[in-house]
Design a protein around this ligand. Sequence first.
Ligand code: ADP
Ligand code: ADP
Ligand code: ZN
Ligand code: ZN
Length: 762
Amino acid sequence: MGKVEDRAEWITVEGARTNNLREVSVRVPKHRITVFTGVSGSGKSSLAFGTIAAEAQRLVADSYPLFVRNRLPQRGHADADRLDGLMHTTVVDQRRFTGNARSTVGTASDVAPLLRMLFSRIGIPNAGYSPAYSFNDPSGMCPRCEGLGTVDDIDLDALLDRSRSLNEGAIRFPTFAPGTYRWKRMVHSALVDPDQALSEISADDLHLLLYAENLPLTDPGPEYPKSGLFDGVIPRLRNAYLRKTPSRLTDDEQEGLARVVMRATCPECGGARLNAAARASLIEDRSIADWSDLPVSELRQVVAALRDVRVEPVLVAIRERLEALDAVGLGYLSLGRLSTTLSGGEAQRIKIVRHLGSALSDVCFVFDEPSVGLHPHDVHRLLTLLVQLRDAHNTVLVVEHHPDVIAAADHVIDLGPGAGTAGGCVQFEGAPSMLGATDTATGRILRGRVRINRRPREASQTVTVANATGHNLRDVTVDVPLGVLTAVSGVAGSGKSTLAAAELPRQHPEFTVIGQEPLRGGIRSTPATVLGVAEPLRQAFAAANGTSPSWFSANARGACPACKGKGVVVTDLAFLDDVRSTCEACNGTRFNPTALAATLDGHTIADVLTMKAAQAAELLAAEVDVVPRLRWLEEVGLGYLAIGQGADTLSGGERQRLLLARHLADTTDPARLRIVLDEPTAGLHGSDTDRLLALLDRLIDGGATVVVIEHNQRVIAHADHVIDIGPGAGDQGGTIVYQGTPAGLLTHRPSLTGEHLQRVSG
Ligand code: ADP
Ligand code: ADP
Ligand code: ZN
Ligand code: ZN
């Protein structure tokens, strides 16, 4: 029919130019699942997040300025001739939950309020209204730890160097160092001899020095403040630092504190976070704290057995949420688990559950590679949830590489052909089955079978992880071969990271774990700073212009005064998420006009920071140290990134490959390289995965040992050695199901990993 119907059925994009997109025009069907495919850096995110979601959210932001919640990756402005048919849009990304010790799986998935409602109705004895069961509410929280479940205290062994005297710096905390004002107070108190090692001071005197509070001094030194009473080291540290929120402390103080503070379970509530009344209220012998300790899969059974007509709707809602958590492969988590300990993939799946429960319809959801962290077995359960969202009359957009997710889509949009300036064009639009027949990078990957490594390398030696019991590991002893590629596989929560990223490096510190955690330096770090090429770059600019290098740092004299060199202006909305917008003074370049007036071979510092590694290497060819470092960026498959691109625009997988590039650039003896990578293929197209494997092969042929935690079938099939952990997650996992060659895994029946490998290989 006419135009009106068109508008209702499609989201239309015309002439999109965001980042590398080249006048992209596409139609995205509403109330369908559309997957965006293409090699890394081809422009998938620029289209789905940077154009469609960004514009939709900007429209909402304009109409409700106070309720703007900034969830957008900072990927620049949507730039298109026309966008039509946009709808209310929610971005479900892989940002981890950060920094809040009050956020748990229960609160983040919105199950916690339902549990409180249930206990306030049928818990016995009854503690009152539902806030009385909340550790975030004064009426429910444990008074000792204020609902945190832990208390911080000073670890004396870490704080004191008993072999030293006060004058030699026995108190290992920056503000008590010799010469400081606090050190003077201790010395002039005359409570102890400042030249005597602590170990030689009497226990009573030392106790006073450490624990005295408001002590009137009988015989202080002449320089002690006249009216002053004396507070010992520990009360001083507690009052000055432990009671403050970390963000109010200087970096030095935070680092100092991290070294001397010990976090212990709260002695009053035993970690339950709740006060005595809330803990005493039971449903069939279990308190709400007991419920929060159970893995979701077990809690489901407890709730399933409950029958009570008074609260049937609440029970139904709880059952649905728990079932959804289980269905996204998170059944091994407990509701009490701190959100900050979750990986990016786990965080995203919690957000999916929250949205499933929110009863919204006619919303557009945009997902960022939701299969990350999932075993193929769990990917299928995830797909049923995406279908459920669609069938509730929502529009689902997914940026993905996983062949099974692509196959399950109603519609695919493939971008390419290459990355960065070599990409940005639509290669294919249509049904996934047709994409497999095209001569695109994605088509080739979809057609190809995964090839099993039939000639695995032999280990030169092995190291043994002995009697590992971290988290769910059940006294695991396993050999890790050296000089080969080992893949550690198993369903999410089976214990892969605990074994390979915690126990292995703990028992064998020569292994370095390269993870996906946020980069130090936060918003200010870029590929250039992480790789250590930013400083040589500044030197080159300084030399060419006869000024100081600090003019070419956005953290120093070069900083734009309006945004202080951040490139964005952050508006603090108190109780809502901060709102960020591009700084208008510097147009997001971070630099002031003086810095931007200087050039190197005709390029400003801001120009150079938008260059890719190859271009920058050409410009800096004279800097012998810099060029090979930039090369590593290309080697790990990040040649498409701008060297000055903010770390907050990088995905977890990109951050990891950036850290890998730095580690490789810093490695002096490649033959001794021992690295553990946690899902390095996150965010990688199949063809990029093959390039990464080729790089790992070169490293291993040079003598390196590489251990990868992976779900990716191409990687598992390519490995020389596989360690499969399971069989299930959490309590159902934690044992070695299989160790040996990938070919042997194919026929090893109890292994779910082997079963799926069989399916895709040939
Ligand atoms: P994909 O999602 O397919 O991996 P992206 O859309 O993230 O690709 O990136 C496409 C291109 O745009 C890449 O060259 C990338 O480096 C660039 N790009 C992405 N975000 C930004 C940004 N905020 N600033 C500058 N360039 C960016
Ligand atoms: P995988 O890497 O296979 O996904 P993990 O090693 O991360 O599995 O987790 C194994 C088990 O240990 C799971 O039951 C998980 O919930 C638990 N676990 C992992 N990290 C933590 C943590 N920081 N605190 C408490 N439990 C954890
Ligand atoms: Zn407590
Ligand atoms: Zn600015």
